[in-house]
Design a binder for this molecule. Sequence first.
Ligand SMILES: *Cc1c(COP(=O)(O)O)cnc(C)c1O
Length: 460
Amino acid sequence: MESIDSWIDRDLKHLWHPYTQMKDCETLPPIKIDRAQGLQLYADDGKAYYDTVSSWWCNIHGHNHPRIRAAIQQQLQQLDHCLFAGFTHGPAIELAERLVDITPENLDRVFYSDNGSTAVEVALKMSLQYWGNIGRPEKSRFVGLDMGYHGDTVGAMSVAGESPFSLPFKAMLFDTFKVPTPYCYRCPLGKSPETCHIECVDPLERLLADHHQEIAAIILEPMLLAAAGMIAYPADYLRKVAELAQRYDCHLILDEVAVGFGRTGKMFACEHAEVKPDFLCLSKGLTSGTLPFAATLTTDTVYQAFYDDYSTCKTLYHGHTYAANPIGCAAALATLDLFEEEDTLARARPVMARLQAGLAEFRDLNHVGDVRGIGMVGAIELVRDRASKERFDPAQRVGMQVFRRGLAEGLILRPLGDVVYLFLPLCTTLEELDLILAKLHGIVRDLSSDLTVCETGAHP
Ligand SMILES: *Cc1c(COP(=O)(O)O)cnc(C)c1O
């Protein structure tokens, strides 16, 4: 049998991993995973890791679920893939019906692609061309939150907040409007939950009042800015944004790539505010983390603006080779079936409640600035100084320290900067949650006392 070391040598010889300073692999090489089951990933050396980040926010029903596996196998016996212009197939049709059925009632058109970034690009392009098609081409600009994240393609980066992720590519991004993020812990207006009346939406209102004639759409992640550091925000903010979009005749694009499919406690996060977007972007959880797949949903109004004689040049010229991949559709259909068969949302409810309550026990630890969360997501923001909320020096790489300690404890924790978080599959049981929370508490407690020692210089 080939040794682990030789596998890693072969990996490092040719592979380039995402979001990775490859030099870090000299001291922390990638871990070779051989199989997965339920909440756990099993490494080559037999060690098991709890997948507490749902393998980048996509796993819903647990790894290697027999129901999804069977659906994929069955689909493969019939039709692997076919082009989706001029042709169609049963799984695509059935999935579209199901998605229209479970999403807000105004959404009744489904456009398939294969990842979250493309789901967003499709919404942006549809919105822009919609305004052109109806004779208002001046409505061509986009508004996003200054800490939003929508993927790594050019359009998605352009409508997102500036971050180290997008900084090197600034020269290729198009200009967009940005408004303040409802980041309650670091409230842009210095308010507290008691004094808050969602005044942070005012800059958006002023922007729309001045510029709505040139604005195509507002895009945001409903209820939770995930990549920004698991920033959960009040439903009232989302409600107000939706009202403003409607009042000023701008599209509302909701990016539910991370939060869709139950993660926040509702099937879709927009349900918390009973908001009806013009576009809904779905991906990650859509196949419960088994296959790359995505969908952008929109309204009949948008669709009708493209529907005309060919010669009027209103066609949407956008597509992806693997659009509506039948195997992906089959995995998505099985994912939706499982929500019904296993009563996933109802079963997750007590686990979500315990997670949110359990987070409170982190509050008093040194260096814990904020704890926050929604549904199956919980986050702990570590800070250098609790009173001033001062952040750690990035050179200290606090997140990396948490990652290492997590691995030693059998937890996959990949902090976002200094925000340690859990983004758990919906199938997590109370027992699993308790175990994960206990381990996490130990990690954060030990880390924060080590950091304190470091800060006071009592330690070499
Ligand atoms: C992950 C993510 C994306 C991008 O999805 P990819 O499949 O990685 O391209 C877009 N929007 C949100 C909110 C995300 O969390």
